[in-house]
Design a protein around this ligand. Structure first.
Ligand code: NDP
Length: 244
């Protein structure tokens, strides 16, 4: 039976590359997005063309009811969920002294509560089936901290704590959970950076280039596969050497 992968924030960037890669690996893929239905439709068609099934859902990960509806549709139309990848995420960068309460709240609700909202309902089913793998998208900002990103760094550190605790909680049920911590990956999120900041970052990366979304997707593909059967509770960095 074809395995089913669930990806949050699949319409663009890293999530989109993960959807494509897991479809190439033979998974039926269900992904959600917040607003970009054009990108989601295009990707859904690309996935179907690979000969696997695709389900796309407009579901904001901060909205528990919308997430529950997406998960129920996935189980009904594709079957039980074997793999979860949480990629939905946002930034609202500002120095702390200037940060609005809403910048803080929106980032925490999306990047951390969103992970809880997606993983909690799936994990119970995985425990009953005694199988499953989860990969959360954290960030080097969550491991090392980054100026102007107190909100984002806090959310991504939270994702690491969540993932490690979950790995310890569910390992005995045959379920694995790992976090991926990318450095600077060339997506819309990075495009928000001003040119001088981009240049400064490039100079700090030993490989002298930003990463590609498909390079993160390759790591996710490995982590959810049986080749990573003994890896759980890990935070795996993909940074071009940025933080060595
Ligand atoms: P993008 O901005 O390119 O894409 C974000 C994706 O998340 C889109 O599909 C977007 O949907 C979706 N999304 C955002 N908010 C919500 C929400 N509330 N509910 C549902 N979906 C949502 O981001 P990246 O691909 O660059 O980042 C993906 C993940 O990787 C994030 O968690 C990010 O923090 C992390 N990361 C990225 C790095 C980078 O350098 N790019 C570095 C380290 C970590 P829509 O298209 O509808 O807006």
């Amino acid at each position: 039976m074809t395995k089913v992968a669930l990806v949050s924030g699949g319409s663009r960037g890293i999530g989109s590359a993960v959807v494509q890669r897991l479809a190439q690996d033979g998974f039926d893929v269900s992904f959600c997005y917040r607003s970009d239905s054009v990108a989601a439709d295009v990707l859904g068609k690309e996935v179907t063309a690979l000969g696997v099934r695709a389900l796309t859902a407009r579901a904001d990960v901060t909205d528990v009811d919308a997430v529950d509806e997406w998960l129920a549709r996935t189980k009904e139309e594709l079957g039980p969920i074997d793999v979860v990848v949480t990629s939905a995420g946002i930034t609202r960068d500002k120095p702390l002294a200037l940060m609005e309460t809403e910048d803080w709240g929106q980032v925490l609700r999306t990047n951390l509560d969103g992970v809880f909202n997606v993983c909690r309902p799936v994990v119970f089913d995985m425990m009953k089936r005694r199988t499953g793998t989860l990969v959360t998208l954290s960030s080097v900002s969550g491991v090392y901290g980054n100026p102007t990103q107190t909100n984002y760094s806090a959310s991504k550190s939270g994702v690491i704590g969540f993932t490690k605790a979950l790995a310890k909680e569910v390992g005995r049920f045959g379920i694995r959970a790992n976090a991926v911590a990318p450095g600077m990956i060339d997506t819309d999120m990075l495009a928000e950076l001003a040119a001088p900041a981009r240049k400064k970052l490039l100079d700090a990366i030993p490989l002298r280039r930003f990463g590609r979304a498909d390079e993160v997707a390759d790591l996710v593909s490995f982590l959810v596969s049986d080749r990573a059967a003994y890896i759980t509770g890990s935070v795996v960095e993909v940074t071009g050497g940025l933080v060595v």
